[in-house]
Design a protein around this ligand. Sequence first.
Ligand code: URP
Ligand code: ZN
Ligand code: ZN
Length: 461
Amino acid sequence: MTYDLVIKGGSIASSSGVTRGDLAIRGETIAALGADLSGRETIDATGKLVLPGAIDVHTHFQLPFCGTVSADDFENGSKAAAMGGVTTFIDFAIQAKPASITEAIEARRGEADGKVCVDYGLHAALTEWNADRQAEIGGIIKSGIPTFKMFMIYKSQGWQSTDADLYCALREVAKHGGMVGVHAESDDLINLFQAEAEREGLTGAYTHAITRPAVTESEAVARAINIADAAGGRLYIVHMSTGQSLDHLEEGILRGVDVHAETGPHYLLLDDELFKREQGHHFATCPPIRKPADQERLWEGLSSGSVEVLATDTCTFTSEQKAMWGGDYRKIPMGMPGIEVLLPLSYSKGVGEGRLELGHMLELLCENPARLFGMWPRKGTLSVGSDADVVIFDPDLQVTISHRDLATNCDYNPFEGTRVTGWPTTTLVRGRVVVRDRQFVGSPGYGRFVKREPVAPVDGR
Ligand code: URP
Ligand code: ZN
Ligand code: ZN
């Protein structure tokens, strides 16, 4: 039998181990795994790892936010994804009141479809709760968007939800087998600490960290977990950043709350001393990067399995956009680029430095995101019948991260100068090579919207 394409002689990896052999593709799917497979086209992967494409479940491309629009649009951001070995990402359709969530989804699809270079999905972000929003939930889940997002902060953006909103949304979403993600920070406490900083005349970038100490996140995480416990729905904590939040997460899991969490490379590898640099405002994101002790606890949370997903929260702002802060930390456009370095950092700093097994890294980047977000086994695994989303990864390639070599539209990188060992060289999305030998060869519009399945048992049963 001759297949369309065979990736030959690589070390094919999954969470259960590594097998040396060939991976054959027919059309858009994986057709066979074995030895001596023949194809009309072959790619030699000798000495390389063959991995499932990574899934980044948290991006914000071309997001209107903090008075500007994030600088990686769907075309460029998804090109950066492909270059970094990410074959599927999930962005957000944020409801713009008084318009409906359905309208937000249509608008976001209008921005992404025809532009994306890899596959993508959307979460629906709820910015209010009422009978109209409640009526939309079931249909949105049926349409392939089973995951929602609510913000416990961002009043000035018009995005903030009350605890009652969160409770009602969790209860309704659970009826249809969905999951609610939450940006957990305490608006009240942040306001208090910002008012105190103002009285002391503090405005520099480090004030972002001072006014958002760990409790501003952990209190909100605990509250959200308690609300989910009472409402009975499935909760997902996005961009979890502190050790104290992890304590609450683990306590919630132990008492049987259906709660899951992600963290990102910036929380594992960067700390808040960076805010003291001249360009410290470049590192500002919400929640802020934290203390070394938080990093250690988050690595422990990954090891123990309580933190199930690595995702980037990519929200790119150039140095020109970041300059809008004008010396006042409250005016910094919040967010950083990340998608392109997710896999190399996870491999080099996780697997390479002995903090993660390779199989566990694949759980965090591929398998758990696919399972938790309704794409398994179509995505996240190199199994026969799955989409041929494949990354050929050179585990020995040494790269010093520089924005100059990256596809993102950003003119700096939070990991600038970081030396990593291991980099993706070739990326395939549904059988098509989109990056070959670190050169982008894909095309805008090839990527497709992924209709996802419900992610949780209906009503928790
Ligand atoms: O500061 C951040 N993280 N910007 C993106 C929006 C969000 O809160 O995820
Ligand atoms: Zn957020
Ligand atoms: Zn985000």
